[in-house]
Design a protein around this ligand. Sequence first.
Ligand code: GYE
Length: 310
Amino acid sequence: TLSACGGDGASADDGTITMGFAQVGAESGWRTANSASIQDSAEEAGIDLKFTDAQQKQENQIKAIRSYIQQDVDVISFSPVVETGWDAVLQEAKRAGIPVILTDRAVDTEDESLYVSFLGSDFVAEGEKAGQWLVDNAGDMDVDGDGDINVVELQGTTGAAPAIDRKEGFESVIESDPTISIGASQTGDFTRDGGKQVMEAFLQSEDGIDVVYAHNDDMGLGAIEAIEAAGLVPGEDIKIITIDAVKDGMTALADGKINYIVECNPLLGPQLMDLAQKVIDGEEVPRRVVTEETTFTQEQAAEALPTREY
Ligand code: GYE
């Protein structure tokens, strides 16, 4: 009785759209803002949202998606914790006639028919912006004055699109400056605690760290704790570049503890609900929707903070 591509169960009675959303977890300030945005916008759009938190585990996300298929929701959306390993469960959704919209993170698949649209940031561009700022400010970045800029990198969750792409984008730009190199690189799982622990280890193992490049604010904030505990001044003795621009990150930037932040917008809820409605109505939607984003220096952070939403 309903449109060809919507599920046929949950919305059959009163026209209410049911969405199953499998969230990555609650690992960062970005994720908290993202979850709130999705929940608030579903309510505003009158969409019945089933929401699960996978605690950064792919098997939990797959379980959640299977349960949404079983409940015959109208549309499934999720932010894949890692890029690979989704084909089987997405085939099941396809067989059940339930459209899938990816948000935030992409999947790596050969079969384009497994999802209708992907809404999220360009993570390679974010890494490039971080690298470009470092290259442009290289004159101030050789903190220990040994002629080389030694960067340590705090990577996001291993296998996650933003970790892979932010590394790639950054590396492709710093290549142009032979004085810049990445001396050590390890995952901090996008968490504050992870960033702190990895930075503690780097401070022991690495000589002459000039710059920290953290794939998100939370790991950068953890690194700040480790740097301060070692008796050094973050933002001065060690320069810090991060990605996200959530409130705690922006506050540290305005306070001079972080030197530069590349923005990644978590407020994907309104656009997601819009896409879902269109898909259910049988309208054409773009395969890829890229979020618009900016960057912040310390001065710009101080200016933006009072009106920042998250
Ligand atoms: O940058 C990080 C979060 O996928 C863009 O995941 C997201 C990233 C975000 O944990 O803070």
